[in-house]
Write a protein that binds this ligand. Structure first.
Ligand code: ADP
Length: 401
């Protein structure tokens, strides 16, 4: 079965086409600047030359049509006909409390995703555009939705409720939902597989640190706590997001600076984090370069980032009364040996011992970076959210047939 995986943003659409007989990627690509002038389609067929095309793509419907054209193109295509695509899997950011697992798309699923727009005003409308566009271009092809929040639905009440009036949960479902669930799930499973141990026996802390960043405490294979909250703003310091702060700062600053709700939201989501402290960039590569060159602001940004990350690891070790495995993943987790080193050097109280030589090795495979004597296994596991979406899509569609 060939499965097309779609990750639809408000002005972008990423795709990967899988052949599920061997889980190989036949092609992948990205449409950027949808709805703006000069939209860019980058198509990467496996084993063939990458194609880049600039044109006007005003909405997601056209974006998918162009992608399907590329997938069946005589030169850059990998399919004879679009009929070969037998299922489509969509990434959806927010599944609320309704979606505890991936689901086939039907009228009710669409209605539930629509209802959640209130909780994910930027992300869920984009996912809906992707679903509708795929339906329009591939009528009759079954579609599946895979949620960033679903893996965290196992959190106990004590972890997902906020200590604020209960009526806000009852009326508006104000609670912790978390994010990056597909990634936390994938890397925790991979870690257990790599170690050759049953996941049921392990206490794992997964650190998904990319532009957005979150930590999850995975006990016995399920998420018991995660650092992102009702929205992806809570938790770790990130590229441009503040992460945790005293909530009283918000009304205080709004009052002093005469800010609107939109302005303060934008400040905390887009103008905070590494960018705000370094004054240079939200990109960890530029922060570590600045630190190496003795830039004091870049050094402070790096130190704050590492310090906050390490405090969260400590708090999740406390939440689970121990930790067997720490996993680093996503852009920074997979690539920044400096962040991993700084964090691990300060976790000796947990029995963490980093092997600096292993930490400097680059690889696309899961690998251990702790010493043989380390009481906690520290691993780097490249994430693969698209593969989880393809697998769930394949499973649900096959079960239904
Ligand atoms: P997203 O959250 O957008 O999916 P990624 O997981 O791709 O992001 O992570 C992107 C971030 O990874 C970049 O902002 C950059 O800070 C970091 N990154 C990528 N490569 C490196 C590297 N070699 N060293 C340090 N940081 C890196």
């Amino acid at each position: 079965m060939k499965v097309l995986v779609i990750n639809s943003g408000s002005s972008s659409l990423k795709y990967q086409l899988y052949d599920m007989t061997d889980e190989s990627v036949l092609a992948k690509g990205l449409v950027e600047r949808i709805g703006m002038d000069s939209s860019i389609l980058t198509h990467k067929p496996t084993g063939k030359e990458t194609v880049t095309e600039v044109s006007e793509i005003l909405e997601h419907n056209t974006a998918i049509r162009k992608v399907l054209d590329k997938l069946t193109d005589k030169v850059s295509g990998v399919l004879e006909s679009i009929d070969e695509i037998q299922a489509v899997g969509h990434r959806v950011v927010h599944g609320g409390e309704y979606f505890k697992a991936s689901s086939l798309v039907d009228a009710q699923a669409k209605e539930e995703i629509r209802k959640l727009i209130d909780l994910a005003p930027l992300h869920n409308p984009a996912a809906m555009m992707g679903i509708n566009a795929a339906e329009a271009n591939m009528p009759g092809v079954p579609q599946v939705v895979v949620f960033d929040t679903a893996f965290h639905q196992t959190m106990p009440e004590k972890a997902y409720l906020y200590p604020i009036p209960r009526v806000l949960y009852n009326k508006y479902k104000v609670r912790r939902y978390g994010a990056h669930g597909t990634s936390h799930y994938y890397v925790s499973q991979k870690a257990a597989e790599f170690l050759g141990k049953p996941i049921e026996s392990l206490k794992i802390i997964t650190c998904h640190i990319g532009n957005g960043a979150s930590l999850t405490a995975v006990e016995g294979g399920v998420s018991v706590d995660t650092s992102m909250g009702m929205t992806p703003l809570e938790g770790l310091m990130m590229g441009t997001r503040s992460g945790d702060l005293d909530p009283a700062i918000v009304p205080y600053v709004m009052n002093k600076e005469d800010l609107t709700i939109n302005e303060v939201n934008s400040m905390l989501n887009k103008h905070s984090g590494l960018l705000a402290i370094s004054g240079i960039s939200s990109d960890m590569r530029e922060i570590t370069d600045g630190r190496a060159n003795g830039d004091p602001n870049a050094t402070l940004a790096f130190d704050m980032y590492e310090y906050r990350l390490r405090k969260y690891i400590g708090s999740y070790a406390a939440a689970m009364n121990g930790v067997d495995v720490i996993v680093f993943t996503a852009g920074i987790g997979e690539n920044s040996l400096y962040v991993r080193e700084a964090v691990c050097e300060n976790l000796t109280y947990l029995g963490v011992e980093l092997d600096k030589t292993l930490n400097a090795v680059r690889s696309d495979d899961p690998r251990r970076i702790s010493t043989e004597n380390s009481k906690v296994e520290v691993l780097v596991v490249p994430t693969n959210e698209e593969l989880v979406i393809a697998r769930d899509t394949y499973r649900l569609v096959t079960e239904q047939q």
